[in-house]
Design a protein around this ligand. Structure first.
Ligand code: JHZ
Ligand code: ZN
Length: 399
């Protein structure tokens, strides 16, 4: 296979086998599921890290089940992101903001009191309908150079386009960048937030690999893609959200990068090499073996183990470790749309948080490890001090 950005040959980093798409939860456990290979590759020439086999966006997102959770950690993140964007002069009270893949519109809801206007574009019909019902104007569409100008004609031309955790969700992310170029004037900004490949590798987050994630961006790889469409990366910051994310600000029509960008580039140059990818693969294999051994051992000894968080990541963990409903009967999740459904691959039944907290298991496997503190605090606040938590990433441990 070859690099989708520069056509050079690529190397396989990690092969997680064939799995169903992570957010395709099942109505019934015995429903037929299509499986697709999950293979991560690295291009040494341009430092792009990509998924080998990409599914069509229509198949992945038209009936999407991921809705942004209500979370204090996310609320804090929105406030920090707003302060970063206002502090850098990328947003002000007169700004019009357009969000790509806005989901329920929680970020737009957060910033709307501080700016002139907001609009979201999201292909998931049911979720966009809910956003509109909650007062966040949301257009049902994939974001590209056709749909963005249509939305701008109806809702106003944006000064800032933001795409949070969606730039990697498409085989051809350039199309989203072209959509931003089609609606921004010179001096307008495109802000991209995405899981940061250095964190993914450093923390052995092999579970960030699932079919929705077709790219594992660095600042260097984003910079090259953005430059082709007339954007210059001028600023960046990192956040702990989702296991470590980068927030990159790109100015349309050129600009002067802050000196910090050089620092990111040189760290990436140093870190992205064959040895790093080999260690990543070895650590993923270690987690696979340890997780399976620990959970099966606990269940053999008569303990109950459920998972916490019907996450996309969790499905990669469970399917790679070969854990199913035979050892783990339930997954706890507070998303109404996921309740009563079954996790793809493992067939684990998703149950409501309240029901689970009333009659908890001996162990929770924290498949939503990115919300570790928040979830443990929530469980303890119900008076449950007995359930222990298995945290799988960056290494398997019980807390
Ligand atoms: P969460 C998703 O990944 C998918 P996932 C997507 N592809 C992506 O890129 C990242 O997000 C950013 C539940 N929960 O956000 C809600 C509780 O039940 O880690 C969610 O289903 N109780 C877009 O799926 C899940 O956990 C709680 O208290 O790996 C969290 O999913 C909290 C805080 C969450 O993402
Ligand atoms: Zn390449």
């Amino acid at each position: 296979m070859s690099c989708r950005f520069c056509s050079s040959p690529v190397e396989t980093v990690l092969d997680l086998g064939e799995t169903p798409p992570a957010n395709s939860l099942l109505e019934a456990r015995d429903m037929e599921q299509r499986r697709f290979p999950l293979v991560l590759e690295w291009c040494e020439t341009c430092s792009n890290v990509q998924l080998r086999d990409c599914l069509a966006a229509e198949d992945l997102y038209s009936h999407y089940l991921y809705v942004t959770p209500r979370s204090p950690m996310l609320e804090r993140h929105y406030a920090e992101l707003r302060q970063f964007l206002f502090g850098g002069g990328y947003l002000d009270a007169g700004s019009n903001v357009m969000e790509i893949g806005s989901n329920l519109g929680l970020f737009l809801d957060h910033i709307s009191p501080h700016v002139n206007s907001v609009v979201g574009i999201d292909p998931a019909e049911e979720i966009a309908a809910e956003a509109n019902a909650n007062g966040i104007p949301t257009v049902v569409d994939f974001f590209n150079a056709d749909s963005a100008p249509r939305a701008a004609a109806e809702h106003g031309r944006p000064n800032l386009v933001v795409g949070r955790h969606c730039m990697a969700h498409n085989e051809w992310p350039q199309e989203m960048v072209r959509g931003a170029a089609a609606v921004l004037d010179e001096g307008g900004h495109l802000v991209i937030e995405n899981a940061y490949v250095l964190n993914t590798l450093e923390n052995a987050e092999f579970d960030q690999v699932y079919h929705e994630h077709m790219y594992y961006f660095s600042i260097s790889s984003l910079e090259k893609m953005l430059a082709k469409e007339g954007f210059t990366v001028v600023d960046a910051t990192v956040s702990l959200i989702h296991g470590g994310s980068i927030i990159v600000v790109a100015r349309y029509g050129g600009g002067e990068p802050k000196s910090s960008i050089d620092g990111y580039r040189s760290r990436e140059d140093l870190f992205l090499n064959a040895g790093t990818f080999q260690r990543f693969r070895e650590r993923a294999e270690q987690v696979r073996v340890q997780l399976r051994t620990l959970v099966e051992g606990l269940v053999d000894d008569g303990h109950s183990v459920w998972t916490y968080g019907a996450t996309a990541k969790g499905n990669t963990q469970l399917n790679y470790a070969g854990l199913t409903h035979e050892t783990i009967p339930y997954c706890v999740d507070n998303t109404p749309m996921k309740r009563g459904k079954y996790l793809p691959g493992s067939g684990i039944e998703v149950i409501d948080e309240d029901a689970a907290l009333a009659d908890p298991p001996d162990f929770f496997l924290l498949t939503a490890w990115n919300y570790q503190e928040e979830i443990i605090a929530k469980v303890r606040a119900t008076g449950n001090f007995s359930s222990k938590f298995i945290v799988p990433i960056p290494f398997v441990r019980v807390v």
